[in-house]
Design a protein around this ligand. Structure first.
Ligand SMILES: [Zn+2]
Length: 331
């Protein structure tokens, strides 16, 4: 296999379905997307690992949802890492790339030697879906549980959506020869198709008293779910993260005994949606007096995008609901 063919699988999500088992899934590979996200910041390696895992989850989940605008996954917690935020923007047209962006807020002096997830502490895992203007955003929240971001996402889908969901993820700094060290991530998502009336047995077996996938399947569904999960258990980290095993080869290797159907691959790239107009829009609720308090000693209002680091410098007289349009023209 030539290098060109290998790279063709990077920064993509491949949807698939196991028809007889009523299970759908996704295979994601992230490479340049993670470079794009992480080079905007100078995060410690533990924070980069959390971003890599969260971005991979967001790519897998985002492509599963009928999305017109934006899916966000967020962790808000009381640990040294206080916030991890990721956004997935649906492609505006068929054939275009979806866009991903991410950032983390943390207290550098509170970071410990413990594993990345230990830096998170207690708090919430949130899923937000914004279908664009003139729609009400959806938000679902579950407590942080299960010892990894992957487990948090699985608990979210079992508890909040009654959808048995499983992730197998691998991520780390690549050690390919003749290539500078950089982050790669790859993973598989399995999810039972939604049911009109999901089964839920009495009691929840998950961490923090939350429902787990096993609590919401029974009968044939349970048998199928368990069998497919045992097949997924045979995957190893290198197969997940690539680049030598293509996602289609991986699926055939894992699920050749199931009725496997593969759909069109979705390319993804790093991208931010911030713009001067959006900054102006978010400041439009303020009076000239409020804006005076935000003005620097140089007489300007500045705003930084947490996702991409873009720096906006604006004239206060052109901002807020008392803005003078003629001042803006002179900029
Ligand atoms: Zn930005």
């Amino acid at each position: 296999m030539t290098l060109g063919q290998k790279i063709a699988w990077d920064d993509t999500v491949l949807p698939f379905q196991l028809d007889q088992s009523d299970i759908r899934g996704r295979v994601a590979r992230l490479d340049g997307v993670l470079d794009g996200i992480l080079c905007q910041h100078d995060y410690p390696e533990k924070v980069e690992a959390l971003i890599a895992e969260m971005t991979l989850l967001t790519a897998l989940v985002g492509q599963t949802i009928k999305l017109r605008w934006k899916l966000s996954l967020q962790v808000q917690s009381n640990g040294p890492v206080r916030m991890i935020a990721t956004d997935y923007f649906a492609p505006s047209q068929e054939g275009e790339s979806a866009k991903l962006r991410a950032y983390a807020s943390f207290d550098p002096e509170r970071l410990t030697k413990a594993a990345p997830f230990e830096q998170v502490g207690e708090g919430y895992f949130a899923v937000l879906i914004d279908q664009g203007t003139d729609t009400a955003p959806y938000q679902g929240i579950t407590p942080i549980a299960g010892g990894s971001l992957r487990a948090c996402a699985e608990a979210y889908f079992a508890q909040s959506e009654q959808l048995p969901t499983r992730f197998a993820l691998s991520f780390g700094k690549s050690t390919e020869v003749d290539s500078s060290e950089h982050w790669r991530a790859g993973g598989v998502m399995l999810q039972h198709m939604p049911k009109a009336s999901p089964f839920a047995k009495e009691g929840a077996s998950g961490d923090q008293g939350l429902l787990a996938a096993a609590d919401i399947v029974d009968g044939d569904d349970k048998e199928n779910w368990n069998r497919v999960n045992i097949l997924l258990d045979t995957v190893d980290d290198l197969e997940l993260v690539g680049p030598s095993v293509s996602p289609t080869d991986l699926l055939v290797r894992l699920f050749h005994e199931e009725t496997l159907r593969v759909f069109d691959i979705q390319p993804i790239r790093f991208g931010c949606t911030c713009s001067e107009d959006r900054v102006r829009n978010s400041l439009s609720i303020y009076s000239a007096k409020d804006l005076e308090k935000m003005t620097t000693s140089e007489g300007l209002v500045t705003a930084d995008c947490q996702f991409c680091g873009a720096h906006y410098v604006l004239q206060p007289s052109t901002l807020g609901f008392e803005a003078r349009a003629d001042d803006r023209d002179e900029d």
